[in-house]
Design a protein around this ligand. Structure first.
Ligand code: PEP
Ligand code: MN
Length: 333
């Protein structure tokens, strides 16, 4: 349920109104925009008397929201959310985030070389997996804590904020200086992990699950937000379909659909979506064209020798060209 308040409402009246709602055992989410104040009611609102609320002097309208996601709902927060990344960059609104880096951090030389290259090409953040969710236990599992140390070194040298995946809430202390914590597709519905991340204030890059609907995707965001962390960035990375030529099927329509449903920023990962480096460019351009808030692209200094996801990784030179082309698209739209 949301209550839109009249423009004449004073702060005191707003506070009193929120206290009255909370006294009924319901949470509130206040959105103060330039033109209107929206109070969202979160929780079990069945006992709240909507007619009585609508009759209050300060209330302009009351609407019941049937969507199960509340904090993430655009009706609760009509403007786009802009997520601050350690005061260095933002995601959402008018900016176009470009997150780039290798699938996995492999060595000091590798991550520094890639970090320098993607920064020079205009990346706004550096990615790199330290804890890797691999299908086979016999595959490279990531450098784990050492990988995070190497990312921090690359951050110190380049100034780029870093994005890396968490797989276990017990590892959170290692993520203290990580700027954005990634929740991978396989963990999109690891609800206990999401709850723990909801207790932090870190920006969370939440990737869509392998076979999850947008509603389920938004409910996972809701898990994080309902814990008090509203800094959620959504990432469309393709879903599993009957198609086998590509690793996944990129659901680009998710971008405008999610933009209708939620105020959270949505970026696109054309690397995991296609699994093929030659398809990354067209899908990255399509992501820019369809209004995504950014992209996340895998870049490796030597894709043939990559320990993970080499076939979908761009070389720094290819990445440089893709960034330039994306900017041409962004200029047009
Ligand atoms: C990744 O970004 O490295 C990754 C493992 O992606 P996903 O969770 O989308 O498969
Ligand atoms: Mn990867």
């Amino acid at each position: 349920m949301i209550a839109v308040l009249k423009r004449s409402t004073t702060q005191q009246q707003l506070d009193n109104f929120c206290e009255w709602i909370k006294s009924q055992g319901v949470g509130v989410h206040v959105y103060t925009g330039e033109y209107q104040t929206v109070v969202g009611l979160i929780g079990d609102v069945t006992k709240v008397d909507a007619d009585m609320m609508a009759g209050l002097d300060i209330v302009e309208s009351v609407t019941r929201i049937s969507d199960p996601f509340k904090s993430a709902n655009r009706k609760f927060h009509p403007d786009d959310s802009i997520i601050d990344i350690s005061g260095k960059t933002t995601v959402g609104g008018d900016t176009f985030a470009i997150i780039a880096g290798p699938c996995s951090v492999e060595s000091e030389e590798q991550i520094l070389e890639v970090a320098r290259a993607v920064k020079a090409s205009g990346a706004t953040m550096l990615r790199g997996g330290a804890f890797k969710p691999r299908t086979s236990p016999y595959d490279f599992q990531g450098l784990r804590a050492d990988g995070i140390e190497l990312l921090l070194e690359a951050k110190r040298e380049t100034g780029l904020p870093i994005v890396t995946e968490i797989m276990n809430a017990a590892h959170l202390p290692l993520f203290e200086d990580v700027d954005v914590i990634q929740v991978g597709a396989r963990n999109m519905q690891n609800f206990e992990l999401l709850k723990e991340l909801g207790k932090t204030k870190k920006p969370i890059l939440l990737k869509r699950g392998l076979a999850n609907t947008l509603k389920e995707f938004l409910m996972s965001a809701e898990y994080i937000m309902s814990g008090g962390n509203e800094n959620v960035i959504l990432c469309e990375r393709g879903v599993r379909t009957f198609e086998t030529y590509t690793r996944n099927t990129l659901d680009l329509s998710a971008v405008p659909m999610l933009q209708e449903l939620t105020h959270l920023p949505i970026i696109v990962d054309p690397s995991h979506a296609t699994g093929l480096s030659r398809l990354v460019r067209p899908m990255a351009l399509a992501a820019a064209a369809c209004g995504a808030d950014g992209v996340m692209i895998e870049v490796h200094n030597n894709p043939q020798a990559a320990l993970c996801d080499g076939p979908q990784s761009l070389t720094p030179e290819q990445f440089d060209e893709v960034v330039k082309s994306m900017h041409r698209i962004l200029d047009v739209i």
